[in-house]
Design a protein around this ligand. Structure first.
Ligand code: PLP
Length: 720
């Protein structure tokens, strides 16, 4: 056994500048677990994990599993102007994130080091000391002040007020890196002459932070260089140490800059308290710059980048660009492997854990996970009581499963035409199709964009009154995890009885095959659980033959005990159970949902920019009250104008190794529906016209920018 085990250090914000640099410096000394959220990273010698710090449950399980001795809480929204622009997001990340850590540390002896900022000071004084009152001038500073207050509720905490420069592992530059980059590329650099600070090199800061842990400091400290200089002098010092061209540095005033957030000009920090309590000399800013430059000359930034990188994504990226694909990383693989090594690979605890995680993401109150989106829709129809003679209204612009689920129950699917702008089923068309036989409506959130659920709900309520019976609304949300409708997450079921999702590999998150049903209704949840597993119950309270649950054999007079083997079948259900293996993958994937959505939107913004003004293309329309996850990017083509048909266009792109797809062949035109239900071309003219012109182009989170440009060039060349 290791006689002297290393202390366990949890670093939040490990993909950020300070988090990554501290992890890099201290990884031999501590056993480090790094937490990231938006930027997946991997670093030799440490473990990393994706966690949403704004979720108390995720933080609780992180702390419970890792049991840190020390926490260095770096994670924050530190972009000062972004905080001004998105104050609520800043509050959540900076304050709620800290609250979740402090709250969930209750009962643990872990030492918390809370990274704060020099921007909590107003800069009224020449040199700010820890005793000076705080007075932030911008929202970032205010959120950090509040976060300090939260952190200080924890006994033994160290609050580090700091400003630093070092080596970014993401594609951005801290001040020192930016100067080197710009001047070596012969670009002009502007330096503020009227803005003073005591910035410190991250590698110096990491050493001081480690010492502070050894000496068990407690309270608020300025962790900065012992001297200060203007930003102009900082730039000049870096340049002269590297013999870079001074003429390219222009002195300017910070007032000339149109920053969104106000900034103080004097942020020189007094480090006497730190020096005294650590019993060391704190390095000056010139010394700090010297070490930074020396490390640059010794190629440290390249070394860091070679040891810290984005996590591998599987399958490896190929030359071919598919229209959609899964994004699996090492965390996903590890989660699945853990289950394979565990006691249960199906019907174990991961199922509830996955369902709970899905509830947190959507805000719904009940969730039943199953083995596909199709089974989700089927049990939703069963729970709604769809049966022979019932009609179920859905969209023609969907995958066949949205209609098949009604047929499985003996129901008749009725197709209501779509809205020409959103390609979603039109509420007005639904209204026209409702009659006394209508049992359920299945609106499909095509490509991820929610249907107008409030409008549909209003229509359904009025029709329920008219016909005197309940009409269920079941959202086919198979495309829509992560999307929003009027401020709610899709799946919250505010305007529906149930919502079904799919976790097929082309969807936002995957479990291989998989799905779930959300509902706000406890009674429906109970039915869904029955139908998921053969219609069987093992719950004593639900047994119809209670006496059979107790053993009648053996001598008379014994205390009756419940038969451990006993269960009852109450309905005709199915085996639609999802496995532990799938749920472990789902839990891990769900942690990256925000990352996946964000990257998809970035790609969509670029596509829109490239295609918006092209006369023969129509780009997707997003309703103002929706925020779609962009499961698909569908373009409508005026094929006449480019003088070729769709098959030619698809083949031309395929030759360039770009795969496209068509979503969807109108369901009512399939032979099965024509032959079984007498549907025909012309039933839904808008969906049929749309079908003639639509084509989905590649969209998935791990597309890189060159893939995106290749697709754009390929599409535009179709007119050539
Ligand atoms: C709109 C829609 N509904 C239902 C399904 C069925 O989901 P699954 O493939 O998970 O059974 C899909 C699958 O692609 C779909 O796109």
């Amino acid at each position: 056994m290791d006689q002297n085990p290393r202390k366990r250090m949890l670093i939040t914000g490990v993909s950020g500048l300070l988090g990554s640099n501290v992890a890099y410096c201290l990884r031999d000394k501590y056993e480090i677990l790094g937490v990231y959220h938006a930027h997946t990273i991997e670093m030799e010698g440490i473990r990393t994990i994706c966690t949403d710090l704004t979720s108390s449950d995720e933080v609780a399980s992180l702390l419970k599993d890792f049991k840190p001795d020390v926490i260095v809480h770096c994670a924050a929204q530190a972009d000062v102007d972004k905080c001004e622009e998105y104050p609520e997001a800043a509050e959540r990340i900076n304050v709620l994130g800290t609250q979740n850590i402090v709250k969930n540390l209750n009962g643990s002896a872990a030492k918390l080091l809370h990274i704060s900022t020099d921007l909590v000071y107003s800069g009224q004084k020449d040199r700010c000391s820890e005793d000076d009152p705080v007075g932030p001038l911008n929202h970032y500073g205010r959120t950090k002040c509040r976060a300090e207050q939260v952190a200080l509720e924890r006994k033994g905490v160290i609050v580090l007020r700091t400003n630093f420069f070092g080596w970014n592992i993401q594609n951005k530059y801290s001040l020192g890196e930016w100067v080197i980059h710009e001047l070596t590329h012969k670009k002009e650099v502007q330096g503020f002459t009227d803005c003073h600070f005591s910035s410190i090199y991250t590698f110096e800061l990491a050493g001081l932070l480690d010492l502070a842990i050894q000496k068990n400091l407690t309270g608020v400290y300025n962790f900065a260089s012992s001297t200060s200089m203007s930003k102009y002098d900082f730039v000049s010092t870096v340049a002269s140490r590297l013999s870079l061209d001074h003429h390219m540095i222009k002195p300017v005033s910070i007032d000339q800059f149109g920053f969104k957030a106000q900034r103080s000009k004097s942020l020189s920090l007094d480090t006497q308290k730190l020096s005294r309590d650590l019993a060391v000399d704190i390095p000056t800013i010139s010394y700090s710059i010297g070490r930074f430059v020396e490390d640059f000359q010794n190629d440290l930034p390249a070394k860091i980048r070679s040891e810290i990188k984005q996590k591998n994504i599987y399958p490896a990226l190929l030359d071919k660009i598919p229209y959609g694909r899964q994004s699996i990383d090492e965390d996903d693989i590890a989660a699945v492997v853990d289950v394979l090594k565990s006691e249960s690979i199906t019907q174990g605890p991961k199922i509830r854990e996955f369902e709970d995680a899905l509830l947190r993401v959507t805000g719904a109150s009940h969730c039943v996970a199953v083995n596909s989106g199709t089974s989700a829709l089927h049990i939703a129809c069963l729970a709604a009581g769809v049966t022979a003679g019932d009609e179920v209204i859905t969209s023609p612009n969907t995958f066949v499963a949205s209609a098949n689920c009604a047929v499985y129950c003996g129901g008749r699917p009725i197709f209501a035409d779509i809205d020409p702008r959103t390609y979603n089923v039109s509420p007005m068309e639904i209204e026209k199709k409702i009659n006394a036989r209508t049992k359920a409506i299945i609106p499909v959130h095509f490509a991820g964009q929610s249907c107008d659920m409030e409008a549909i709900q209003e229509i359904v309520r009025a029709k329920e009154k008219e016909y005197g019976h309940k009409i269920y609304v079941i959202e086919d949300a198979c495309h829509a995890i992560g999307s929003e409708y009027k401020g709610d997450k899709v799946g919250a079921c505010r305007h529906s009885d149930m919502a079904a999702m799919s976790f097929h590999p082309v969807k936002h998150i995957t479990t291989g095959e998989g799905g779930c049903v959300f509902t706000g209704d406890k009674a429906l949840e109970r039915k869904l659980r029955y139908f998921r597993s053969h219609g069987i119950s093992s719950d004593l309270a639900e047994f119809k033959n209670q006496s059979n649950a107790f053993d009648a054999s053996g001598p008379v007079g014994l205390e009756p005990i419940q038969n451990p083997w006993y269960y009852e079948q109450h309905f005709l259900g199915y085996n639609y159970r999802i496995t532990e293996i799938q749920c472990a993958l789902g839990i891990s994937q769900l942690r990256k949902l925000d990352i996946f959505c964000r990257r998809r939107r970035e790609i969509v913004d670029r596509y829109n920019q490239a295609f918006q003004s092209v006369a023969w293309l129509t780009t997707p329309y997003e309703e103002p009250f929706c925020r779609t996850n962009f499961h698909l990017y569908v373009l409508q083509f005026d094929f006449n104008r480019i003088g070729k048909n769709r098959a030619q266009a698809m083949l031309e792109l395929r030759q360039k190794k770009i795969q496209t797809q068509v979503h969807y062949i109108p369901v009512h035109t399939h032979p099965f529906y024509r032959e079984t239900f007498g549907t025909k071309a012309g039933d839904c003219p808008v969906a049929e016209r749309y079908y003639q012109q639509c084509m989905s182009i590649p969209l998935y989170p791990v597309m890189d920018d060159t893939d995106v440009e290749r697709v754009i060039d390929g599409v535009l060349a179709l007119a050539g």
